[in-house]
Write a protein that binds this ligand. Structure first.
Ligand code: ZZB
Length: 258
């Protein structure tokens, strides 16, 4: 499975994260949350970044000036893909709980919302990608269901309501909609992130229609088919130093719904 790993730079840590990380990271470096995505062409539509609140993340040194927030498992994979300074060498400077990261302000490359927040999602799997998931509610039904839930129950989730209410812009036009995820969530009568079966169905439909019939509405490749634009957006992000290729063995990949 070949992912695009995106670099979301930390602008301001949530208070709990700042406390936990005090003195553990050099002052003059950049730290990034690094979600793994299969949809680089949707990055214009990022509105937040999800972590599993009960998962443990590590802060890993990737190079002199750059540190990554990812799972230990992802760091082990990355160490053998020429991503860190030295092949096979993993340097972890801190552990941090997902819940402590909630509220951290980060920079989202390409997004119409240049600054977004880290928010909780219970269904994030530790066994897939980097354990960090960038949220694109316009094109991912899971993400739309989750941000809707977070806005509805902000207090319960311990977040500020407005963090989950960023405007959702149309990114990809398909024959049925230019906001495919909200459309499918409504059509399949999905009322919460717990509707796993319908969400799985919605995701499959969204992948298919988005990939084979989608046309980008925004960005440098506006008007081009998703099939064609996807690798171009990816290349652009990689060239800009905002993303890199990350893969994991096929047999280790587990889908979000199990
Ligand atoms: C942004 C994005 C935009 C995604 C979209 C999807 C869609 P899959 O589909 O299950 O094989 N993801 C990545 N890592 C995890 C994880 N650890 N736990 C839960 N979800 C994870 O997995 C690939 C997608 O699942 C990734 O691509 C990521 O969400 C999420 F418009 O990134 B994606 C129709 C889907 N649309």
């Amino acid at each position: 499975q070949e992912y695009t790993a995106l670099k979301l730079k930390v602008i301001e840590w949530a208070p709990e994260a700042a406390e936990t990380l005090k003195g553990k990271i050099p002052e003059d470096v950049s730290v990034f949350l690094v979600p793994a995505t299969l949809r680089p062409e949707t990055m214009y539509g990022q509105t937040c970044c999800f972590v599993g609140p009960s998962l443990t993340y590590g802060i890993f040194k990737a190079s002199e000036k750059e540190y990554f927030v990812i799972t230990d498992r992802a760091a082990k994979n990355m160490a053998y893909q020429g991503i860190f300074a030295q092949e096979g060498v993993i340097e972890k400077v801190a552990d941090i709980q997902g819940s402590e990261l909630i509220g951290t302000l980060i920079n989202a490359p390409l997004s119409f919302h240049p600054q977004v927040r880290v928010l909780p999602m219970d269904s994030v799997l530790a066994t897939k990608g980097t354990g960090v998931v960038t949220s694109v509610p316009s094109d991912s039904p899971d993400d739309f269901a989750m941000v809707t839930e977070l806005a509805k129950k902000a207090e319960f989730y311990g977040i500020q309501k407005e963090w989950a209410e960023l405007e959702i812009f149309p990114i990809i036009q398909t024959p049925t909609s230019d906001l495919l995820a909200p459309y499918l969530v409504k059509k399949l009568k999905i009322s919460s992130p717990k509707d796993a079966k319908q969400l799985q169905e919605a995701k499959e439909l969204a992948y298919k229609e988005g990939f084979y019939q989608g046309v980008l509405k925004v960005g440098d490749f506006k008007g081009e088919k998703v099939e064609v634009a996807k690798p171009k957006v990816r290349e652009q992000l990689i060239k800009a130093g905002q993303a890199f290729a990350y893969s994991e063995p096929e047999n280790k990949v587990v889908s979000r719904s199990g």
